[in-house]
Write a protein that binds this ligand. Structure first.
Ligand code: HEM
Length: 219
């Protein structure tokens, strides 16, 4: 139990690392000629990296049997949303100076901004419903269904990155391929779960009852 608390504290500190680095570079005036671009790119990159890591937890847990990974998944997902919000704030504040007309124009005219907005809009309900209280309020089944939005948010984020890069697509393509592999890695688990559920559902229907909902959200 103590080891788990230490592990969680370590993951927490590691997740704060990119922000600490940006603050340190800012204080030392080492953010380069275009600090806003550096902050936008760094926060966007880390939002994406943490989202990808959160998506890797389920397949990793099944392959390794390390169920303890579930205990840090929520924290990593929340850090993804945190960096995405910092990324959005940098854009709204430092890049656009809260010029809502220009922002509205950007959302409508620049597809990569539209895609990024879409990703954030999907990530927010995930962050808001991540507390134990919200899990209980929604019920495990509805919570798991809602959190399937993670896949859509990740796809939009990957498209956002692919769309904004004009020349060298190698970096965004690496993220897209890793995402594809992460989604494919879930396919056998999904098919197994579906096969397991179908006879239970048939038996439940025959007996006139519903399938008992899961007590712990693990999707
Ligand atoms: C309202 C939502 C968003 C807005 C307005 C937005 C805006 C931007 C802007 C202006 C850039 C810099 C483009 C450039 O340098 O030419 C950028 C880059 C990026 N954004 Fe976003 N973004 C949003 C959401 C997201 C989300 C949700 C993610 C990831 C989960 C993300 C990941 C990235 C990445 C990876 C980059 C590129 C970093 C690099 O060049 O190394 N963005 N975004």
């Amino acid at each position: 139990m103590k080891a788990l608390s230490y592990a969680k504290a370590l993951v927490f500190l590691l997740c704060l690392g990119p922000l600490a680095r940006l603050i340190a570079l800012g204080l030392m005036e080492e953010l380069g000629a275009n600090p806003i671009e550096v902050v936008t790119r760094s926060t966007g990159t880390w939002a994406m990296v943490f989202l990808w890591i959160a998506l890797a937890v389920t397949p990793l847990r099944h392959w390794t049997g390390w169920h303890v990974l579930l205990d840090v998944r929520r924290m990593i997902g929340l850090f993804s949303a945190f960096y995405a919000l910092l990324h959005l704030t940098t854009y709204l504040w430092l890049d656009q100076f809260f010029d809502w007309v220009a922002i509205g124009h950007d959302i409508l005219k620049r597809p990569f901004i539209t895609l990024g907005m879409g990703a954030i809009v999907l990530m927010l309900p995930l962050a808001i419903t991540s507390t134990d209280r919200m899990v209980r309020a929604l019920g495990a089944r509805r919570w798991v269904a809602l959190h399937k939005l993670t896949y859509a948010a990740a796809v939009l984020a990957a498209c956002h990155y692919l769309w904004l890069v004009k020349r060298d697509l190698s970096q965004p393509l690496i993220y897209a391929v890793v995402l594809l592999l992460l989604l494919l890695a879930r396919l056998p688990l999904y098919l197994k779960r579906r096969a397991r559920r179908s006879p239970a559902r048939r038996a439940g229907a025959a007996a006139g009852s519903t399938v008992r909902p899961a007590t712990r959200p693990v999707a």
